[in-house]
Write a protein that binds this ligand. Structure first.
Ligand code: F6P
Length: 375
C-alpha cells in the first residue's frame, strides 16, 4: 500500500477567485488517498504562531469551490525572509529572516509536502525555502494578473476580466450619454493582460499597456478622430502599470522592507487630466481596484483551480520533485520552479491579442509605424 502522507497548504499574496477551489480539490484528492491535510493560516504566518494551523477535512472544504477569497486567509507582508517582527524593547516592526523557524516547524509537524498557492512573489519564496531545506513544495500559480511565467494561464484572471468587461460595458452607456472621455484603470501590475483582454471585449477605443510605452498625443488624436466621425465619446482602458514613453509608472504606495514591490495606481487620473487638456473634452477616470479580485470565480477559473489542486496532489503521490503545476496547451503538467520564480510573463506586442486589437483600429498610444512588425 502507498505510504500515508501528511501535507499542508497555504495561500499567499493578493487573493484571486479560485483559491478556495484549489484548497477543496487538493484536500479531497489527498483525503481520497487516506492522507492527512492541514492548512497554514495567512500565508506563512501560521507556521510562526501556536494556533496558526487548521485541519482540512471534508467538512472544512464543503461548499467552498464557488466562493471568492480564501478560507486560509492570505498575507502580502508575510515573506518569511523579511518578516515584520517586533523585537524586544522596540515598538516598530523590523524585517527579520524567520525562514529557519518556518522550516523547523514544518519538519516538527511531520509534514511531507507543502502545496503553495501563490503568484510570482509566493513562488519565489517557495523556491528559496526549498533551497534552504524544505523537502517538497508543489506550487500552484494564482493571480488575476495572469503574469506568472511557465504557465499559459493562472486562475483568477478569467473572473477579473469578466468583472472589468462588465464595468466597461456599464461605463459605455454613461460616457456616451454625456459625450465624455472615460479612462478606466485596471489591475495587472507590470503586465497588461487584464487591460488588453477586457479592453478588447469591452470595445475600448484605446488601451494603454505596460508593454507599450504610450504618447498621450496619440491617444488624444484617437479621441479627436472619433469626434470628427461623429463618435463624441471615447473609452480608454489603462493598465495600472502603463507608462508614457520616457515617463514613469504611477505609484500609489512605495515599496518598503516588508512589501518589496510598490502598490501601483494613479495612471487613469493622470491620463484623464492630460486628455482633457489636449482634447478640450470633459473627462472622467475610474479605478476598478479590488472589485476585480472579489466575488465568485467564473466557471473557467473554478475548473482550472480544481484541476491545479488535484494535479498538485497527484504529483506528490507520484513522487515528483518540487515544481509548479502549470497549464500548457490544455494539459496540466509540472514545470521546474526556475521557469516561474522571479519572472514576469508579459503580453506579446507584435502578435496575438494586441495584433487582433490593432486590426480593429484600437489605439495603443504608440507610433503607428511600429504596428504589424513581421512575425
Ligand atoms: O497581483 C494582484 C494584484 O491585484 C495586482 O493586480 C495589484 O497591483 C496588487 O495585487 C494590489 O495589491 P494589494 O492587495 O496589496 O492592494
Amino acid at each position: 500500500m502507498a505510504e500515508k502522507k501528511k501535507i499542508v497548504l497555504n495561500t499567499g499574496g493578493g487573493d484571486a477567485p479560485g483559491l478556495n477551489a484549489v484548497i477543496r480539490s487538493a484536500t479531497l484528492a489527498a483525503l481520497q488517498r487516506g492522507w492527512e491535510v492541514w492548512g497554514i493560516k495567512h500565508g506563512y504566518r501560521g507556521l510562526l504562531e501556536p494556533n496558526g494551523l487548521m485541519p482540512l477535512d471534508r467538512d472544512a472544504v464543503r461548499g467552498i469551490a464557488h466562493l471568492g477569497g480564501t478560507i486560509l486567509g492570505t498575507a502580502n507582508r508575510g515573506d518569511p525572509f523579511h518578516y515584520p517582527t517586533i523585537l524586544p524593547g522596540q515598538d516598530k516592526p523590523v524585517a527579520v529572516d524567520r525562514s529557519d523557524e518556518i522550516i523547523e516547524r514544518f519538519k516538527a509537524e511531520g509534514f511531507d509536502a507543502l502545496v503553495a498557492i501563490g503568484g510570482d512573489g509566493s513562488l519565489t519564496i517557495a523556491k528559496k525555502l526549498i533551497d534552504k531545506g524544505l523537502p517538497l513544495v508543489i506550487g500552484v500559480p494564482k493571480t488575476i494578473d495572469n503574469d506568472v511565467a511557465g504557465t499559459d494561464i493562472t486562475f483568477g484572471f478569467d473572473t477579473a476580466v469578466s468583472i472589468a468587461t462588465e464595468a466597461i460595458d456599464r461605463l459605455h452607456t454613461t460616457t456616451e450619454a454625456h459625450e465624455r472621455v472615460m479612462v478606466v484603470e485596471v489591475m495587472g501590475r507590470h503586465a497588461g493582460w487584464i487591460a488588453v483582454t477586457a479592453g478588447l471585449a469591452g470595445g475600448a477605443d484605446a488601451i494603454l499597456l505596460p508593454e507599450i510605452p504610450f504618447r498621450i498625443e496619440r491617444v488624444a488624436e484617437k479621441v479627436l478622430q472619433r469626434e470628427r466621425r461623429g463618435r463624441r465619446f471615447s473609452i480608454v482602458v489603462a493598465a495600472e502599470g502603463a507608462n508614457p514613453a520616457g515617463g514613469e509608472v504611477a505609484v500609489k504606495v512605495e515599496a518598503d522592507e516588508f512589501r518589496r514591490a510598490p502598490i501601483l495606481g494613479g495612471i487613469a487620473e493622470r491620463t484623464a487630466s492630460e486628455l482633457a487638456r489636449l482634447t478640450g473634452k470633459e473627462t472622467r477616470s475610474i479605478v476598478l481596484g479590488h472589485l476585480q479580485r472579489g466575488g465568485h470565480p467564473s466557471s473557467a477559473d473554478r475548473v482550472l483551480a480544481l484541476r491545479f489542486g488535484a494535479a498538485a496532489v497527484g504529483e506528490i503521490a507520484a513522487g515528483s520533485p518540487s515544481g509548479m503545476v502549470s497549464m500548457r496547451a490544455g494539459d496540466v503538467r509540472l514545470v521546474p520552479f526556475e521557469e516561474a520564480a522571479g519572472k514576469t510573463r508579459n503580453v506579446p506586442t507584435d502578435r496575438g491579442i494586441v495584433r487582433s486589437a490593432r486590426e480593429l483600429g484600437i489605439c495603443f498610444g504608440d507610433e503607428p509605424e511600429t504596428h504589424f512588425s513581421a512575425s
